[in-house]
Design a protein around this ligand. Sequence first.
Ligand code: GDP
Length: 329
Amino acid sequence: MKRRKLTTEELIEGVLAGDRLILSRAITLCESQKSDDIRASEALLKAVLPHTGKSMRIGITGVPGVGKSTFIESFGTLVTEQGKKLAVLTIDPSSQKTKGSILGDKTRMEELARNPSAFIRPSASGSALGGVSSKTREAMLLCEAAGFDVIFIETVGVGQSETLVHGMVDFFLLLMLAGAGDELQGIKKGIMEMADAVVINKADGENQKAAKRAKAEYQSALHLFPVDESGWIPQVKTCSALENTGLNEVWEMITKYQSTMHSNGFLVENRKRQQVAWFRENVSEMLGQAFYQNQEIADLLPEILSQVESGALPANSAAYNLMQQFLKN
Ligand code: GDP
C-alpha cells in the first residue's frame, strides 16, 4: 500500500516531537530531487532551524577494515549509556561510482540499530559528492531538531569526503591501525592534519604493543603540525572496539574538547564559518547545475568538448567562452 504523503506541517510537527518514522521520511524528502519536494524540504528546514545546533557533531573516518562500524557500535552504545540520544549518518563516496557500497550494507551496527536511543541512517546517494554532503548536513539538522544529543557522521577515509565531513562537524576523529604504515592505510597527510584525535583501533591481544608504539609515533607526528587556532592539540588514543577497551577515554576526550571549545568561543565561531562555507558550496553547485541545464550550453557543449578533447581548444578558454555565452542569456 502506498503511504500517504505527509504535509510539511505534519513533517515539522513529527520531527520536533522526535518521531523517528517521520524523521526518516523528512530526511528522504530532503534527499529528493523533485522540485515540489525541494520546496517542501526548504520550508521544513527553515521551520526546524531554530531547534538545531544543540548536539555534539562528531566526524568519524578511517579506511575500510579499520573497524569503523565495530567502533561506532561499541562507542555508540557507550554514548547511549551516558543517557544521550545518538544519530549515526554516513557519507559513502563509493556508492555513486560502483553502485556498490563500502559503508551502506545492512549488516553493519546491528546492535545499535536495535538500541532505542540510537537512530542509524545509511548514506544518501546522489550524482555528486557535494550534493550528498549537502543532504547529510540537512539530515544532521533534522536529527538535531528531533532531539538527538550526539551525531556521528561516518565516512570512508580515502578521499575528498573527509574535507566535506570536517566542514560540518565539531570534532573529527580518525581511526587508524598500528603497524600498517600511513601509505598502506591510504591516509593522506591532509586528513591527519584535520584530525582532532587519532584513535588506534584493534589495540588488543598481540597487537597491544604495536598500538602503544604507534601511539607514540603519531603523537610526535601530530606535534609537527602547527597548533590549530582553536588551541586544541590533537590527541592520540588506543582502543579495542571489539573488546570495549579505551572507549571511555575517547568519550572523556571529546567531552573535554566540547567544554573547552564552548568556553573559548571556538565552537560557535567554527559553526558560523561552516554555515557560510555551506552557503558558498550551495551557490557553486546551483551555478554549475544552471550552467549545464541551460539549453544553449547543452547544444554547444558536445562540439566544444570534442575540441577540448582533441587539443584544438585549451580547456580554460573553452570554459571562458561558454561562460560568456551563459551570462548573456
Ligand atoms: P570498517 O570497514 O572500517 O567498518 O571495519 P569493520 O568494523 O567492519 O571491521 C573490520 C574487521 O575488523 C572485522 O572483522 C572486525 O571484527 C574487526 N575489528 C574491528 N574492531 C576490532 C578490534 O578492536 N579488534 C580486533 N581484533 N578486530 C577488530
